[in-house]
Design a protein around this ligand. Structure first.
Ligand code: AMP
Ligand code: GLY
Length: 426
């Protein structure tokens, strides 16, 4: 069995690491991968955006049996449809389904139609109308702070939390007039801000059933105590404690209606579905869908997956998920991201990384690289988020201790990481 994994982050390193444990897997290619993935897979150049034909040619020329897509851009751009037309096996949802992430309006309308709890929202497609909506705000439904979101993909940056009218006007101006997110901000959503704890729930989905993975939490702000700007994620933990009654509510009010919705809409959803949830005082509510593995959640979820991942990928494609085992360890996994100086605004790159001695399951740690490259035998930082250090243990305390112990051994000029990841799981 030969596999191609598309992507270059910690998420893809975790996927490749998990695939490597299966003796059936012979060759793994990763496009473009990173310095860490290069130890487990053959790195190949990524193809240009939308050049799905080149990926298909590569897969045919190397007898690749399965392609696994990490990031959302190729999914939303239709790589899966392209592969399926050529009878090539690929894990991930098709373009129509990927709109659940690629268009927030599509996702919100889907939730509204199927009664999935989500923040009240208004869709606006021109700036005048948007400002008018704010000037005549219906105070029975909306009050500040409000959340303003670009409809399309914006590399996780398309969400503004606006405490008052002037800041909302600025957000609208930036998205709809200055078009800082290009076409992604042509339409926007204005919605109420929800309060509570966030939980990321990832599930395999074959269109007929779901297999849910341990709930996780990511830490988005750059500094301790959730201070500083948002990032692509500074750490993660799984599982987070979910009250059984909350889990029942999630099943009843979110997972079941989701399945019913995709079936009713003839969405042939096969891949991972990620539910970004807020546990509010009135119950769990959906903030967003992602149509792929989350980053950095995957780095703490896959080490907890006892079952081989290949049969799960296969079961999703064959629509036999319901009868396929998906067992998880009774353990805890914590991940801390080592970032370079200046991240997220202006990350430095080019520093040599030290202390990367082979981490293995025996000391309960793993290293999943993100922005690294190997040059002349040296591992060099090549992005803002450089490494994910993973600690694994029978409980939170053990997992955290192992994680931070390992993080303290890794070093590069200007490296910083949060010290408070997974301090509490409530
Ligand atoms: P989204 O891309 O829609 O998930 O938004 C990214 C992040 O913004 C979420 O993970 C939340 O932290 C925050 N966020 C989005 N929508 C809301 C909301 N309605 N209320 C509170 N926080 C939100
Ligand atoms: N951790 C959030 C995401 O993957 O989008």
């Amino acid at each position: 069995m030969n596999v191609l994994v598309i992507g270059s982050g910690g998420r893809e390193h975790a996927i490749v690491w998990k695939l490597r444990q299966n003796p059936e897997v012979r060759q793994i290619y990763c496009a473009p991968g990173n310095g860490g993935i290069g130890q487990l897979a053959t790195l190949v150049p990524a193809c240009a955006e939308n050049d799905w034909g080149s990926y298909a040619d590569f897969v045919k020329s190397k007898n690749v049996d399965l392609t696994v897509v990490g990031p959302e851009v190729p999914l939303c751009g239709g790589i899966v449809d392209h592969f399926l037309k050529k009878n090539l096996k690929i894990f991930g949802p098709n373009k129509q389904c990927a709109q659940l992430e690629g268009s927030k309006i599509f996702a919100k309308n889907f939730m509204r139609k199927y009664g999935i709890p989500t923040a009240n929202f208004k869709v606006l497609d021109n700036p005048k109308e948007a400002v008018n909506f704010l000037n005549n705000l219906d105070l029975t439904t909306y009050r500040y702070p409000l959340v303003i979101k670009a409809d399309g993909l914006a590399q996780g940056k398309g969400v503004s939390i606006c405490p008052n009218l002037p800041e909302s006007q600025v957000a609208i101006e930036k998205m709809m007039v200055l078009k800082i997110f290009g076409g992604a901000g042509e339409k926007i959503i204005i919605e109420e801000k929800l309060e509570g704890k966030e939980v990321s729930l990832l599930a395999f989905c074959d269109g007929k059933s779901l297999k849910v993975l341990p709930p996780a939490r990511d830490y988005k702000r750059v500094w301790d105590d959730d201070k500083g700007p948002n990032t692509g994620g500074m750490g993660a933990v799984a599982p987070v404690f979910l009250d059984p009654s909350d889990f029942k509510k999630i099943e009843r009010s979110i997972l079941q209606p989701f399945l019913k919705g995709i079936q009713n809409e003839n969405l042939d959803y096969r891949g991972i579905i990620y539910f970004g949830l807020m546990l509010t005082a009135s119950g769990p509510s959906v903030l967003e869908f992602n149509v792929r593995f989350g980053d950095p959640e995957t780095q703490v979820v896959l080490p907890l997956l006892k079952t081989d991942i290949l049969p799960l990928f296969q079961a999703v494609l064959d629509q036999t998920l319901e009868k396929t085992p998906c067992e998880v360890e009774d353990a805890v996994c914590v991940s801390v991201v080592c970032a370079s100086r200046g991240y997220p605004e202006k990350p430095e790159t080019g520093q040599e990384i030290f202390g990367l001695n082979d981490s293995n399951a025996h000391d309960g740690t793993l290293l999943f690289h993100a922005g690294t490259t190997v040059q002349k035998g040296k591992t060099i930082a090549s992005g803002g988020r450089v490494l994910n250090v993973i600690g694994y243990g029978k409980n939170l305390e053990e997992a955290r201790k192992r994680c931070y112990n390992k993080a303290s051994q890794v070093r590069f000029e200007g490296m910083h990481f949060r010290k408070d990841i997974a301090l509490s799981l409530s």
